[in-house]
Design a binder for this molecule. Structure first.
Ligand code: ZN
Length: 258
């Protein structure tokens, strides 16, 4: 009896150990998959910043949008340092737009699609009945929902999202200050001049600045986790397959921001 007991005990233990190991591996794999799913939802804007404790409300003194806006905690803190230093040189920096989740971006996009919001003064649903052409026209000004850097809580529009403002005396001074100083606070202009260094993507946006200590990692994770077939849920989604939204737009940024 004793001999059998000695023989059986380790055998049971080995089986138990194997089962424990398998359960651990299964748990780790499930956790890995869940984390990637959560990350993907985040990077594509499927969340509410109000419910996340890594987001904070932008104080009213820096917010000129007229509604409550949120940013990632570190990005806001870097912006405030930058704005306070700019003020010492007579430059006022305020935030006109910050985090825009999927639903928000979808409402901006769909209103342009249906003609509720005019683009270049025109109701595109009437002036561009061809869906593919209309998609490309809206894309000149707006990111397709799922692909906007504004989803990430790292990107802001400073002072005024209009080309005209940046040719006024004030706009020129603001832009000159930002190009000279923003990088020391971690900010980079992703949509800079479109030329050989940045051949694709949106036209230049002098107002749009990105907090790169977070956004560089988000860009890398986005490229790993999000595919063209994940870009949907808005008007004209059937034309996504004819664009190269990830390669030409998500990656169509100033190489210094990568
Ligand atoms: Zn922007």
């Amino acid at each position: 009896m004793t001999a059998i007991t000695i023989f059986l005990t380790p055998k049971i233990n080995i089986k138990e150990e194997q089962e424990k190991e398998e359960a651990l591996q299964k748990y780790l794999l499930e956790r890995y998959i869940k984390r990637n799913q959560d990350k993907k939802l985040y990077l594509t804007g499927h969340f509410d910043p109000i419910l996340r404790d890594d987001f904070v409300v932008i104080p009213e003194k820096y917010n000129i949008s007229g509604y409550k806006m949120y940013l990632r905690r570190e990005a806001l803190s870097a912006f405030i340092d930058m704005a306070e230093d700019a003020k010492k040189s007579g430059i006022n920096l305020k935030i006109a737009s910050a985090t825009r989740n999927f639903n928000y971006q979808k409402s901006l996009w769909d209103k342009k699609w249906t003609g509720y919001t005019l683009v270049e003064g025109a109701d595109l649903s009437k002036t561009i009945p061809n869906g593919l052409d209309r998609f490309q026209k809206i894309l000149e000004y707006s990111a397709a929902p799922t692909t906007s850097r504004h989803h990430w809580g790292t990107d802001i529009d400073i002072n005024n999202a209009n080309v005209e403002y940046f040719s006024t005396k004030e706009g020129v001074q603001v832009y000159d200050w930002l190009t000279a100083n923003a990088s020391s606070y971690g900010f980079c202009q992703p949509y800079n001049t479109k030329d050989d260094n940045r051949p694709t993507g949106y036209n230049e946006e002098r107002w749009h600045w990105s907090y790169t200590p977070l956004a560089k990692d988000f860009t890398k994770e986005y490229l790993k986790l999000v595919k063209d077939e994940d870009i949907n849920g808005f008007q004209g989604e059937e034309y996504v397959k004819d664009q190269n939204l990830i390669d030409e737009y998500v990656l169509g940024i100033n190489p210094e921001c990568l």
